[in-house]
Design a protein around this ligand. Sequence first.
Ligand code: ZN
Length: 507
Amino acid sequence: MTASEITSETAPGTPPETATGTAAGTAARPAPADLLVVGGDVVTMAPGREVVTGAAIAVAAGRVAGIGTAEELRERFPGTPELDARDCVVIPGMINAHQHTTADPLVRSMIPDDISSDEAIFSWIVPLHDQVTGDDDELSATLTAAESLLRGVTTILEPGTVAHPLRVAAGLASAGIRARVGRWGWDVPGVAHALPAAETLALQEETVRALPPSGTVTGWVTLVGHDLASDELFIGAAELAERLDVGLTWHVSPSAADTRAYAERSGTPPVLHFRRLGVLGPRLLLGHAVWLDDAELDAIVETGTSVASCPGAYLRLGQGYGRAGRHAELVRRGGRLALGGDSHNAGDVPDVLGTARLLAALERDRDEAPVLRADQVFALATIGGAEAAGLGHLVGSIEVGKAADLVVLDTRDLSWTPRGDLATHLVWGAPTHTVRDVLVDGRIVVRDRRLTTVDTGALRREAAERSAALLRRAGLDVPHRWPAIPAAEYSRRPSDRPGPSPNPRIP
Ligand SMILES: [Zn+2]
């Protein structure tokens, strides 16, 4: 194929010396690009879903500057450094459209898995959020971003953090991930830390304005949602997002609780209540929207409202996705769906490919046809998710002019042997652990499975210290299912049995 060419129209960020200038009929002086990724099979996720085999990708000024053969691109961009991607599959960086990055990452796998989601929130998350410091928030955001990048996730949408949004933004930026960050707000009287709608919105605006729109980490408007916002706040948030030209998100109906709450509040299901307020639309990304009736699903499709699906959380918290979830139906009807990891004790792993597999499996298990196929859920992890998040012009596919957010998977791993249909293998073959290199905005942030941006040893030590201190301040004890016994003590224990003891029965 012929190497694609940059024009100033398709790549506004491209420096003039790399533009071809064909419109003016003059050949530009050849200049190096920043990087050539050479020899991989490129899963473009472009509208034709082409996989370009044995391809080279030129990266310049953070953008994809060309896709073609190595020879063509070496000629066009002489002297460009190269990243060898032979025996590799190159995919677009994946999009996590709902990932909390504060408090939870410091207590991952510490909230018991047999309590209700309400108890998890009010007995654990609320006391933790009361105690987090700015240093905690920045560190836990860095930790989440670092883990995400190593799993091939290059964009995180933070659906709202409480106390220190700018420290969260700093933490995400330090790891080199692309992100949207907002300050959580609610205004229902009687709920701790609630503020009047006007004050809540002023704080939201302050956060968005503090993050430059040209950066990789920018702001958006984030309410908690559920039934923790007045009509005034919902309407004000939608107007604010419109005025600032940013996205907007809130939570609704991961379980049936919101449906019950809105029956009392307005006599209509929550999504129809939102439609009545005039706040649905392409700018709004609803977190969850699992429990929907027919009219709510219609309203979401008709208004172009997006949904972030976090199946790992629904299963972990027992919220009933298998009984009520209609996300596949939303996709089949042309609705806009993205994938999310939710949090480190609900969904637990910020792994978008794993989330795609989980959603495909849940939908496969329904006794219904058609199913949500691997190629379709992989699209949700990439271009579909990007479009649902309002970022389709920038990320989600590998195309000339788009941001160079690329993930290189090493197919020499045995999990790729033998290689099957690429879409099927990417989703069902679970190759996340074969992520070798990651670029965000043209910058190499993972190389040979190691982060180039973060000292992971220091991160690990600081996370352990901050976790212990945070739990102490919040007055929380982590229950352990198994007794931990120091080896010296264990070996001194009297034993009257020569062999292993019989196993206890599960109570
Ligand atoms: Zn959430």
